[in-house]
Ligand binder design. Structure first.
Ligand code: ATP
Ligand code: PRP
Length: 228
């Protein structure tokens, strides 16, 4: 039996769709209920619904053998897990943003609001910039609007939230997509089963890539969302 931590929220249904397409269906998961565990004994698969930020915790500690987490969560918490596959979905980017027309004063400590203090600190450490991190849990874009911070480090997908709040991207920190991760011991002891899931998912990812950019995929050229 393989235990899978699925992220609730914006990735959840799309991720389950991929597992279903790959042959690991569990019809009860589509029912309208509040259950958190779903099992298909015949397929040897059990799903848990987990808060997206907790997926890496379940997998790192072995409560789940595998899971799906955004690269943002992996970079932020740096869990000791294997990253097996880029699912090429849940795509967005981590970016620094500020009020339109904002001018930085490099002599001053920069006030940075973020849900991702580790990613933000690492980024500014590479830039040799002193910062004061203000950890928030949501509505990050509000911080520069009300003078709580100079800039934010946050996820940008369509750019709508920034635009509607008179903010703009200053720099992209890193592109983000959803990743299949595995517990290290599980991968050692259940290699065959986990690789079978990874390969079935990978087949679907390749098909989707072909639809998106056939020539690039065929030539191995500008393939989107490759593993980093
Ligand atoms: N516009 C977006 N905003 C946030 N995350 C996004 C976006 N687009 C794609 N993602 C990806 O989806 C993942 C899950 O996002 P979701 O908003 O469901 O979780 P969360 O941020 O933990 O939610 P919560 O609002 O409960 O804190 C993120 O970790 C990220 O990798
Ligand atoms: O570029 P966009 O398509 O506008 O998406 C980006 C926004 O979505 C996320 O917020 P979320 O909806 O998760 O809300 P919260 O973090 O404020 O709770 C993220 O933190 C940005 O605010």
């Amino acid at each position: 039996m393989i235990n899978v931590a699925l992220p609730k929220g914006r990735l959840g249904k799309k991720v389950y769709d991929m597992f279903e397409k790959a042959g690991y269906e569990c019809p009860a998961i589509r029912e309208d209920n509040r259950r958190l565990i779903f099992e298909n004994e015949e397929k040897g698969i059990r799903y848990f619904w987990v808060k997206p930020t907790d997926v890496t915790i379940y997998v790192e500690r072995g409560a789940a053998d595998i899971g799906i987490a955004g690269k943002d969560i992996i970079l932020e918490y740096e869990p000791d897990v294997f990253e097996l596959l880029d699912l090429n979905m849940g795509k967005c980017r981590m970016a620094v943003a500020a009020l339109k027309g904002y001018h930085d004063n490099p002599e001053r400590t920069l006030r940075v609001a973020s849900k991702f203090p580790n990613i933000a600190s690492n980024y500014y450490a590479r830039e040799n910039r002193d910062i004061d991190i203000i950890k928030l849990h949501g509505s990050i874009e509000l911080a520069p609007l009300v003078g709580l911070s100079d800039v934010i480090v946050d996820i940008v997908e369509t750019g709508k939230t920034l635009k509607e709040n008179n903010l703009e991207v200053i720099e992209t920190v890193v592109p983000i997509s959803a990743r299949l991760i595995a517990n290290k011991a599980s991968f050692r002891f259940k290699t065959g089963e986990i690789e079978a899931i990874r390969d079935a998912l990978a087949e679907d990812v390749t098909k989707e890539n072909m639809k998106e950019a056939p020539e690039a995929v065929k030539t191995g050229g500008e393939q989107k969302g490759g593993r980093r």
